[in-house]
Design a protein around this ligand. Sequence first.
Ligand SMILES: NC(=O)c1ccc[n+]([C@@H]2O[C@H](COP(=O)([O-])OP(=O)(O)OC[C@H]3O[C@@H](n4cnc5c(N)ncnc54)[C@H](O)[C@@H]3O)[C@@H](O)[C@H]2O)c1
Length: 260
Amino acid sequence: MGRVQGKVAIVTGAGRGLGFADAMLLAREGATVIATDIECASVPMLEAHGIRYVPHDVRDESSWKELVARVLRDHGQLDVLVNNAGVVHVGDPVNFDIAEWRHMSEVNIEGVMLGCKHALPPMIERRSGSIINISSISAHTGLYFYGGYCASKGAVASYSRAVAVYCAQNRLGIRCNSIHPGGIDTPINSVLAAEFAERLPTMRLPPQSPVSADGPQMRMGEPDDIAWAVVYLASEESKFMSGSEIRIDNTASVTAAVVG
Ligand SMILES: NC(=O)c1ccc[n+]([C@@H]2O[C@H](COP(=O)([O-])OP(=O)(O)OC[C@H]3O[C@@H](n4cnc5c(N)ncnc54)[C@H](O)[C@@H]3O)[C@@H](O)[C@H]2O)c1
């Protein structure tokens, strides 16, 4: 029997990267998984593993209403929501582009808020559920070269605590936690690298800059390094865990050194 056997889970931003890995492992461990994204080149692979793909923009409240209604109509319950969809943009505090800041706020924060808002009512009805919000170690560190991303992921962490306390104090039987990955090898890093390359010349950086065009690369984790934590938080193994943060970063958030 799988670790999340019989559970129904939504994973957002599951067309690739961490969300894709989360969806695959949850399905492997017995969950019925609905994978959503604004674009997805992996629909056949998802479907081959019994995962249904639903196009869905986390910024759009009506899209959330339709998604949750469809899941309830087709599966009768919603047990797990993984708010994974996220975007990153590069900029230092005097160079940040307001449109890019808002893009991160809309996807990373408002997307999480809307997900919680629409997943909670059916979970409350059954007095059961687990919400897993994907934050980042950027919520804890001062990575000023993408400070807007730090701000958005900090908001994800604090909102996750608020949702957890709402659920605990009202005895709703629902848990909410955040996961804080360090650098994981996914397509988001090529987006990041391209923006860095373009903007490094215009950003203010100290002589001993932690970022440079030819600097040593930190060793990246693999998507499953995060997905196993998602399985744990989705399962009953974590039944006493709510309002918590799980950092998965191979020491990156607790040392100034580059880990090669
Ligand atoms: N990879 C890392 O190093 C890392 C580290 C820390 C945190 N994270 C976080 O993990 C999550 C997943 O990142 P990833 O590395 O897999 O990135 P990724 O870019 O590979 O995947 C993100 C997915 O989100 C989707 N998405 C973007 N905007 C969306 C929207 N409006 N609605 C729905 N989906 C949307 C994209 O289409 C993409 O499929 C993000 O929240 C990211 O901030 C990643």
